[in-house]
Design a protein around this ligand. Structure first.
Ligand code: SF4
Length: 376
């Protein structure tokens, strides 16, 4: 079995009561069967409290005001205080550690939705992965498409090369990602799995970024594109399930700051745009966590769109919050990224809805995205 993880993965420690947010509110915490059995037999008064605070039908902790029944007023977990980590269920023990499963491969990551993990992810210079081969039984998923998986891993390396190419403006790198993702999708949808490396070579070749920039400017440049496209994207956020009670209000607040003063004011807010290095880390993160998952649904383009669109949305949230405070700080950026990731990444329903909207909503069309990026 091969384990893949970022080099900072093992350095994570939860900051507990110091955390500006908590991972124990807003979403349903599902309890694994083994722990559920342990909770059923746990002795004493705390055992009674455990059993009274679990929804056995849904196999999850009950919630009050969308907070886990064990989350106390200091935002600390009473299960931890009672018995330490050994009494945690699998979800609580692992979060914010995330695992993607592929045949004979496990890819581990820290979730951007945890504020402390977000700080670690975004403060990296680049995404360095550790590949750790461990002896053990070999898996056979039966219908796992090994050829597609290996092609996607090559593609992922190519996306990282595009993302890290500092000689090319950030917005052009993002347009290249969209274009290469679109091209890749076409071949995969047509069953052409051989020769994908020609696509990667084409986008990585010398002068490719410049040629593409000139072509896209002719085709999609239209003053005011970014304002209209981003306005459309923010309105799509209201179509998602809200995990935190205050999220819809926050989105309305960002929209007010960004769009209520018209296009000129919106453009002026981008004096607070986040550093390219941080945008690189966001793009690399989303590509790492989601792109290879296309082996299961054959849709790499929607994963690339998720990376680019999420970065564009986080950038605008950062501009709105920094404009309000009059300064741009790293903490502000990490906070924007973690709040966004918490809403989008922790709901399968939201990821599905976004994937559908990427195909059908005008603001997510590749031409409009490129038009917005030309004004980035
Ligand atoms: S969100 Fe992260 S830092 Fe905060 S309590 Fe949860 S694991 Fe700890």
């Amino acid at each position: 079995m091969e384990y893949v993880y970022p080099d900072y993965y093992r350095q994570f420690t939860c900051i507990g009561g110091e955390c500006p947010d908590t991972c124990c509110a807003g979403w349903e915490i599902v309890i694994d069967d083994k722990t559920l059995e342990k909770y059923k037999k746990y002795p004493g008064g705390f055992g009674n409290r455990l059993r009274n605070s679990i929804n056995f039908k849904r196999k999850s902790f009950k919630q009050y005001d969308r907070r886990c029944a064990f989350l106390n007023e200091e935002n600390l977990c009473d299960i931890y205080t009672e018995a330490g980590e050994k009494l945690f269920c699998k979800t609580c023990r692992q979060y914010p550690r995330h695992e993607e499963e592929y045949e004979n491969v496990r890819e581990l990551s820290l979730s951007l939705s945890c504020p402390e993990a977000a700080r670690m992810i975004l403060s990296q210079d680049r995404l360095n992965l550790i590949y750790d081969e461990k002896k053990g039984h070999s898996e056979d998923y039966g219908d796992f498409d090994e050829l597609l998986f290996s092609q996607l891993l090559d593609g992922r390396d190519a996306f990282w090369k595009l993302i890290e190419n500092e000689n090319v403006p950030m917005a052009v790198r993002m347009m290249q990602m969209l274009s290469m993702g679109h091209h890749l999708q076409k071949n995969i949808s047509e069953g052409q799995l051989f020769g994908l490396e020609n696509i990667y070579d084409h986008y990585l070749s010398e002068g490719a970024a410049n040629r593409m920039n000139v072509y896209l400017k002719e085709k999609w440049e239209k003053p005011g594109s970014r304002y209209h496209v981003m306005k459309g994207m923010f309105s799509c956020l209201h179509k998602l399930e809200a995990l935190s009670a205050d999220w819809p209000g926050k989105v309305r607040h960002y929209e007010k700051i960004l769009f209520s003063g018209g296009r000129k004011k919106y453009e002026a807010l981008h004096q607070y745009r986040m550093p390219d290095k941080i945008a690189e880390q966001l793009l690399s993160y989303f590509i790492y966590v989601y792109f290879a998952g296309a082996v299961y649904d054959g849709m790499p383009y929607s994963k690339v769109k998720l990376a680019v669109i999420s970065t564009m949305l986080i950038e605008d949230i950062v501009c709105a919050t920094a404009a309000e405070k009059g300064e741009l700080t790293f903490e502000e950026i990490a906070d924007a990224a973690h709040s966004y990731a918490r809403e989008v990444e922790h709901s399968d329903l939201n990821l599905q809805r976004l994937s559908i909207m990427f195909r059908h909503q005008k603001c997510f069309h590749i031409g409009r995205l490129c038009g917005a990026l030309l004004e980035w």
